[in-house]
Design a protein. Sequence first.
Length: 99
Amino acid sequence: MRVRMNLRQSVWIVALVLGAGITGVAVRAVASPLPQDQAHVSQVQDYSKNKKYQQGVSEGRDDRAHNLDHSKKTHFKKDEDQKAYEAGYQQGHQSDQRK
């Protein structure tokens, strides 16, 4: 009978340790940022020197000042130029709202 109780206790202890280990790994995986997210942040920071970004900021501010929407449907051949322009437009359009 004593051996059976020790075996049951051992099984529960092993199950608890494994559960805690799995939970710890899951929490650590959720808490760490993905490398893609870090790359995305650095790309946004790089846009500040991009001419298309600066164009977007200027047009966004102008549209905000004249109470216009984003109707200019500016398109660029390169995806990076389009992303830079859109990021700049949003920044320019929103920056005046905060003031």
